[in-house]
Write a protein that binds this ligand. Sequence first.
Ligand code: 13P
Ligand code: SF4
Length: 309
Amino acid sequence: MNTAELQERVRALKKEMHAVILAHYYTLPEIQQVADIVGDSLALARAAETIDAEVIVFAGVYFMGETAKILNPARTVLMPDRSAGCPLADSCPEEEFARFRREHPGAVAITYINSTAATKALSDITCTSSNAEHIVRQIPAETPVIFGPDRNLGGYIARKLKRDIILWQGFCYVHDAYSPDMMRTALGEHPGAELIAHPECRREVLELASFVGSTQALLDYTVRSASDTFIVATEPGILYEMQRRSPSKTFIAAPRDTSNPRSVCTQMKQNTLEKLYRCMLDRSPEITVPDSLREAALKPIRRMLDMSA
Ligand code: 13P
Ligand code: SF4
């Protein structure tokens, strides 16, 4: 079957199953084209909370499908590839995070949504890159804050708010792979282009950027900015939507560091159209979360949604 035929079948199955497809901006264009909602982590978590459908099909990485299930225990949550994990989330195992918390008694633990349900369950509040700053701002200045697992996002918020934050030392291999030297070279090659970057990038890269923001914030910025060329330092899947929204502008995927060339999230790309179709046809793999874990992980997610309303 070719792409158009597969997409047609997916659309037909969607109606038959009373399903909605949620897809992260980093998935392949052919997946984004059949999705009902394409968004960043926060938009997708919000959508998962309010969705009116029997079945949620989540094209993203495992923690996203798991979060959708935590918010929707009564609905069936399917994922095209259950093995599409997030190495950043997996870098913060619950036992080690529990020890980290014990080392900092009295601290509020804010955990990036890119974490396992078990680690969320040990946290006070979750956040995404869209609302992290807004949430940390609501914690009284005298209260110590633990932030995990992404040290780059946590460090960025700490510098922006001029407050000490105790950081878990995790990072996203995609965003951490950008180097300041490569960015300087790209800026030299494209005079007049704006460098825009996701806060999961390293500090030295963020310092060269004219705008820093979550995937959604970067997208919105490219629409409103007067510039016509952008060097984009985040997972290049977002370029599809940037180009769709601003057809006359030029988007350049930020170059990769040749010593660490992994600036594509291979886990997001595990979501192929064939797997999407198969998972709907087979109603499998289905995401399940044990009740006790679900209840514990729901509390910090609910706090995030309440605090970012
Ligand atoms: P946002 O979708 O919150 O921008 O996060 C980026 C990311 O790496 C998702 O896994
Ligand atoms: Fe995880 Fe990074 Fe991939 Fe996002 S881009 S899913 S943080 S590995």
